[in-house]
Every structure is written in structure tokens, then in C-alpha cells.
Design a protein around this ligand. Structure first.
Ligand code: NAD
Ligand code: UDP
Length: 320
């Protein structure tokens, strides 16, 4: 991408803030649109003085009229606790948000990228997950507001492409972690790291044999930018994630080891529809984007631990 004005929805969230930062570093101007549902000003505070950065408080479920050269659509709560807090709003953000941003991209004739998710595969019967797999999703379960919302957003992206000839791109993001995750979002990495740092019980849901594949945030951002840079005929979906697969129990043990914690592991009930396994097949990302992750879990966890350790000292109230 040359020097452009780029709209990032959800730009004050965990991933959005890293994306804004990276796009600015590359010499672009960035318009960050966010309603602060789960995002935080502290994530983008360091960008506020940058003359090429602009923050717009706006809910993407309402139309937006703005000038830009490309759109990254990341606005959507991503952790199960957050997206289940107001499921109707989650569906609206996924669906109305996609329609509004696609409408904007259509009017401006600019490329638009959708931050989709491995959740479109549901509790997958195919392992590792390839993009051609259609998934196994409960349409009426507790996760469906997010899973089906994101699936409908993918449908909208492909309909606009087929019907209007637009340059749309879909990336399916697998579990991504790192600094700036919200301390209370209940995701497994932030939960385990904070519990370990405070020597509190580590809460494994179920027996801990379920697996996830964890991608470090900066690797993920590189994948998103490379996807946006592809020619118009490349639309995806493309999986972006780290194929290193770990059980949740292994993750708990690693968090304890890396923090030299006195925490004990305890077991709690598994939430319903919790996927048993997840691992991306990233052949497509390798082939189309020459992309693969560079930061292994141990290294990424160390950076994440350093961030939360500092946050606990700097702003303990934010972590309550
Ligand atoms: P996050 O909750 O930290 O960020 C989401 C951002 O969107 C927040 O700043 C929030 O305030 C904003 N937002 C929510 N609803 C909005 C609305 N209606 N209008 C405007 N802004 C709104 O989550 P994240 O982890 O940074 O995820 C970013 C995107 O990536 C999401 O679309 C998510 O579905 C996708 N994703 C993330 C992961 C992951 O592991 N982090 C995995 C798969 C997909
Ligand atoms: N999990 C857990 N303890 C926690 C938080 C999560 O055992 O304190 C489990 C959760 O049940 C799931 C996995 O960790 O099996 C990943 O959960 P997360 O909410 O991070 O993401 P997702 O389920 O959407 O992949």
C-alpha cells in the first residue's frame, strides 16, 4: 500500500490499535472509528499527537460518510464475555456494520477487508481447518450472535463482490493474543496471565484437553496488511493464525512456568458450544501472502506477561 488515508473500524480495540500504529509507521494517514464498546482510549493514547491520526467516535451500525482510500473493518466485540453481553447488538454490529462499511466502500470505490474469525468453523469436524470447510455452527447457541453474525458478514462481503464488482477481502483470524488485550475480557490468555501474576487459581474450563492455536498480535497485523495489498482478484477467505496447537492445560502450565507463579490449577464447567479443537491450515496465506507467523507462543507470552505485569503496577483499577 502506498501513502493513503485508511479507515480502521474498531481501531481502539486490542488488534485495531496495533493496526493503526503499523499503518501510521508505514506513512499512511489513519482514521480510527470506534464507539468504545470494548476498546479503550489508553490503547491509542500514544497515537493522539500524531498529525496523521484521527479518532472518530461512531457506532458502525449507523451509516458513516467519510473520505478514505481503504477500509479495515474490525469493529466487533471479540471475547465471548463481551459479545454475549448484548447479543442483539453483536449481531447488529456484525451485519449492519458490514452493510454500512460495504456501502461506504462501494460509494468510494475502495478496497475493504473484513476481520472474520475461526468461529465461522464452529466446533470443527475438519482438522486443521481449511478455508474450503463450511463449518459446524449452532445457529441458536450462546456463541451464535458472534459466529452467525460473522458468517453473515462474510456472505455480505461476497454478495457485494459478485453483485457490484467490489474489491472485498476476507481474513479468518484464529485466536490472537498480546499486550493491550482487555484485562477483563475473559479470554484465556489474559485470564491465565493475570491469574498467574497474582498467584490466584488458574481457571480451566472443562478438563483442559480442548485445543487452541495462538497467534501473536504483530504477526497477525502483518497478515492483515499483506491481504489488503493483494490485487483485486484476491478475495479470500484466508486463514491467518499460528498453526502451533496447544491444549488449554498446556497453556495454563506455561503461564505458571513463565511467571514463576504459585497458582494452582482448578477446573470449572465448560461453557456450552465451546469448540474442542482449533488449528489453522495456513497454506493459502503462505501461497497468496508469503505470510507465516514468526513469534512462537513462549516468546509472545513473555511479552504479554511483561505488559500485564506493568499494567497491574501502573493501573491496578483497570484490571479489577
Ligand atoms: P476488541 O474487543 O479489543 O476490539 C473491537 C473494537 O471494536 C473495540 O475497540 C470496540 O469498542 C469496537 N466496536 C465494537 N462494536 C462497535 C460498533 N458497533 N461500532 C464501532 N466500534 C465498535 O477485539 P479484538 O480482539 O481487537 O478484535 C478485533 C476484530 O478481530 C474483531 O472484529 C474480532 O471479531 C476479530 N477477531 C479477533 C480475534 C482475536 O483473537 N483477537 C479472533 C478472531 C477474530
Ligand atoms: N478458557 C479457560 N479458562 C479461562 C478462559 C477460557 O479454560 O479462564 C477456555 C475456553 O473454555 C476455551 C479456550 O479457553 O476452551 C479459549 O477461550 P477464549 O475465550 O480465549 O476463546 P475462544 O473460545 O473464543 O477460542
Amino acid at each position: 500500500m502506498g501513502k493513503k488515508t485508511i479507515l480502521v473500524t474498531g481501531g481502539s480495540g486490542f488488534l485495531g490499535s496495533f493496526l493503526c500504529e503499523r499503518l501510521l509507521e508505514k506513512g499512511n494517514s489513519v482514521i480510527c472509528v470506534d464507539n468504545f464498546y470494548t476498546g479503550a482510549k489508553r490503547n491509542i493514547f500514544h497515537l493522539m499527537d500524531n498529525k496523521n491520526f484521527e479518532l472518530v467516535r461512531h457506532d458502525v451500525t449507523f451509516p458513516l460518510y467519510i473520505q478514505c482510500d481503504a477500509i479495515f473493518n474490525l469493529a466487533c466485540p471479540a471475547s465471548p464475555i463481551h459479545y454475549q453481553r448484548d447479543p442483539v447488538q453483536t449481531v447488529k454490529t456484525c451485519v449492519h456494520g458490514a452493510i454500512n462499511m460495504l456501502g461506504l466502500a462501494k460509494r468510494l470505490r475502495v478496497p475493504i477487508l473484513q476481520a472474520s474469525t475461526s468461529e465461522v468453523y464452529g466446533d470443527p469436524a475438519v482438522h486443521p481447518q481449511v478455508e474450503s470447510y463450511w463449518g459446524n455452527v449452532n445457529p441458536i447457541g450462546v456463541r451464535s450472535c458472534y459466529d452467525e453474525g460473522k458468517r453473515c458478514a462474510e456472505t455480505l462481503f461476497s454478495c457485494y463482490r459478485m453483485q457490484c464488482g467490489m474489491n472485498t477481502k476476507i481474513v479468518r483470524i484464529f485466536n490472537t493474543y498480546g499486550p493491550r488485550m482487555h484485562p477483563n475480557d475473559g479470554r484465556v490468555v489474559s485470564n491465565f496471565v493475570l491469574q498467574a501474576l497474582r498467584n490466584k487459581d488458574i481457571t480451566i474450563y472443562g478438563d483442559g484437553s480442548q485445543t487452541r492455536s495462538f497467534c501473536y498480535c504483530t504477526d497477525l497485523i502483518e497478515g492483515l496488511i499483506r491481504m489488503m495489498d493483494t490485487p483485486p482478484e484476491v478475495s479470500g477467505p484466508v486463514n491467518i493464525g499460528n498453526p502451533g496447537e496447544f491444549t488449554i492445560r498446556e497453556l495454563a502450565e506455561l503461564a505458571i512456568e513463565l511467571t514463576s507463579s504459585r497458582s494452582k490449577i482448578i477446573y470449572k464447567p465448560l461453557p456450552s458450544d465451546d469448540p474442542k479443537q482449533r488449528k489453522p491450515d495456513i497454506s493459502k496465506a503462505k501461497e497468496l501472502l508469503s505470510w507465516q507467523p514468526t513469534i512462537p507462543l513462549r516468546e509472545g507470552l513473555q511479552k504479554t506477561i511483561a505488559y500485564f505485569d506493568n499494567l497491574l503496577k501502573e493501573d491496578p483499577e483497570f484490571c479489577e
